[in-house]
Design a protein around this ligand. Structure first.
Ligand code: AMP
Length: 397
């Protein structure tokens, strides 16, 4: 992969596609600025080389053509400015490719930074529209893609725009190359035992990743809502727990494949169950084969936590994607928090992927103990699935 340091950028106009899609609370405050901090290395590198830096990102899913304030990147601009602490000028455009963005871009001096408004305010972004991509490209001499969290999407600022630059004028940013190389190295030559911990709501979203992981890992731990599809496939009562009935055969096939490959496959042995999906409800701990009719499993129980700890004990490499329960509610967060602690306590190389999973690790206070916390959930799953990311493909073309 060609990175920024392989191309000549000194003094040039550089367009950097970032992923500033950060979580905010109900007051509009940024609650986790990891994605902004992770982009600083690439941005500073360009500033230090006297480039005119144009930054662009999407933020959530606004209705195209409607400039709703809640989707504005203004809070990101503020935080970025604070973190960058540059002596040069920092501008925020009021539009994406409109008159304000163009006027401010034309004013830039070497070392200045301009952040465009939310790319998804323009319909052309998600449509991968060529004309829109050309307008974006006209801002710069160099295109840099550092938006790992978005590079599994074929959008204009990720895909179509790259066709406007030849190989000497486009490259991956440092965050992108770090993410891709890390996953690549771990999946190609992991130190064993290699354990995958997979949770989250559904089997469907992670079916391909799970199937591919079976060829690579020594053990799999399943948690979260997806565990119930596997338990039902084994014929157990799962009450009203989340289940995908159309995937029972696939679930059986996965378990059979694991068995035939000699991959150890662990499901939760107990659950925290409740009669309804609510924080203000009575809960009980129950063995996984005794879920009462009408109740639902919302977290893995203490016996599962102890079992998983044993399973992780000798691990040398761990990939973790997906929470063990409905961790957003305190009552059902223990299984996920305990999993985070157990993973952090090992001596393994630990990779955490996915926004929810990174959030669990942060709530558990374990982020510093993990080897690598990925900024991209969907993109990291695609890497595990062995799928070429459109953003990377476009850079190589
Ligand atoms: P995913 O996006 O597939 O990684 O799923 C993350 C979501 O799964 C989180 O929002 C959790 O609340 C949810 N989840 C985890 N365990 C369960 C469960 N037992 N029942 C319902 N939802 C769950």
């Amino acid at each position: 992969m060609r990175t920024l340091k392989d191309i000549e950028i000194d003094g040039k106009r550089v367009f950097i596609r970032c992923d500033f899609n950060v979580p905010k609370d109900e007051f509009g405050n940024i609650t986790d600025d990891r994605r902004i901090r992770s982009a600083l290395q690439t941005i500073r590198y360009c500033i230090d080389r006297n480039c005119k830096v144009i930054l662009a990102s999407h933020y959530e899913r606004p209705e195209p053509g409607k400039y709703e304030e809640k989707y504005s990147l203004k809070p990101v601009a503020k935080r970025l400015n604070t973190l960058l602490k540059i002596k040069n000028d920092f501008y925020m455009a009021e539009d994406v490719v409109g008159p304000d963005a163009k006027e401010k871009a034309a004013k830039l001096q070497g070392g200045d930074v301009l952040l465009l408004e939310n790319l998804r305010y323009e319909a052309g972004e998600t449509e991968n529209d060529e004309a829109f991509a050309k307008e974006l490209a006209s801002f710069a001499d160099i295109y840099v893609n550092d938006a790992f969290g978005a590079c599994h999407r074929k959008h204009a600022s990720i895909y179509a725009i790259a066709a406007e630059f030849d190989k000497e004028h486009k490259a991956a940013g440092f965050l992108m190359s770090k993410e891709v190389n890390f996953f690549g190295r771990v999946l190609e030559s992991p130190i064993r035992p290699f354990v995958a911990v997979v949770g989250g709501s559904k089997v469907s979203g992670k079916l391909q990743a799970l199937t591919r992981l079976l060829d690579k890992v020594d053990k799999v731990i399943i948690g979260g809502g997806m565990a119930f599809t596997f338990l039902k496939a084994q014929g157990y009562e799962i009450g009203n727990s989340l289940v995908e009935d159309d995937l029972l055969d696939e679930a059986r096939a996965i378990m059979e494949k694991a068995h035939s490959l000699g991959v150890k496959f662990y499901l939760p042995v107990d659950f925290v169950v409740a009669p309804e999906f609510s924080e203000n409800t009575a809960v009980k701990y129950i063995p996984s084969q005794e879920i009462p009719v009408g109740w639902m499993g919302l977290d893995t129980g203490p016996a599962s936590s102890r079992l998983f700890r044993e399973v992780l004990n000798d691990a040398q490499t761990i990939i973790w994607n997906g929470p063990m329960g409905v961790y957003e509610m305190d009552k059902f967060s223990k299984g996920s928090i305990m999993m985070s602690h157990h993973i952090a306590e090992t001596h393994a190389t630990t990779i955490v992927g996915g926004g929810d999973t990174a959030d669990v690790a942060a709530r558990a206070g374990d982020v510093d103990e993990m080897t690598f916390v990925s900024t991209g959930g969907g993109a990291s799953l695609k890497l595990i699935e062995g799928i070429k990311l459109p953003g990377l493909e476009a850079l190589e073309k």
